[in-house]
Design a protein around this ligand. Sequence first.
Ligand code: PGA
Length: 246
Amino acid sequence: MRPKIRVLPDYDALSLAAAEAVAERLRAEPEAVFLLPTGITPLGMYRRLVEMHVRDGLSFAGATFFNLDEYLGLPADHPASYHVYMRENFYGLVDADPERVHVPEGAAPDPEAECERYESAIREASGVDLCVLGIGRNGHIGFNEPGAPFDSRTRVVRLAETTRLVNAGDFEGGRAPEKAITAGMRTVFESREILLLASGANKARAVAAAAGGEISESVPASMLRRHTNTTFLLDREAASAVEETG
Ligand code: PGA
């Protein structure tokens, strides 16, 4: 199986298409449950969603939001935490209900219990309607690095060294944490709809491996090919290797 692939001319068009997919789901189901990414890629999508809120009155008040991951050990007010990222780029700029916004607690005293709590909260919300993902250069989704079991749930993981290097710039002293809490592969897979966003030439190989190579735990995003409602939303550069392999 191949996922549906939509290729957009550039990052702006990609961001708008992603925001429209979220907005469309919200208009159809104002109480929809979302599982959302952080990183550079979704910034344009969040900017567009904030615009839709301010300009067109798109409301997020009835929706429930979960985030894919958080660094282990970071308190919610740490500048490199995904709590801060999400507040500054999205939740704090729209009318999201703080009671319905969930980000894993990186500094929870008992991380294993936090993972179980998080997974149960997703289940109690009746699961995820729309999951938006980025993709790492190594094919990771969330912080599910190569080798992540396809049946994994929310858990503590060790970050790949390449991931820590790519993200090092977000940390004073240039060292990213060694571990994180991430929604699992199975947690992601059970979403009713999945949208994977990728932009730029440095994602082309990972995208091609995910979209066309073997389905294997060594390329986490390849699991999405078993999902019946997944779309890869790519800009031209991210799609370049996919198109070559047909
Ligand atoms: P990026 O991260 O959007 O910052 O490239 C994507 C990811 O690692 O999942």
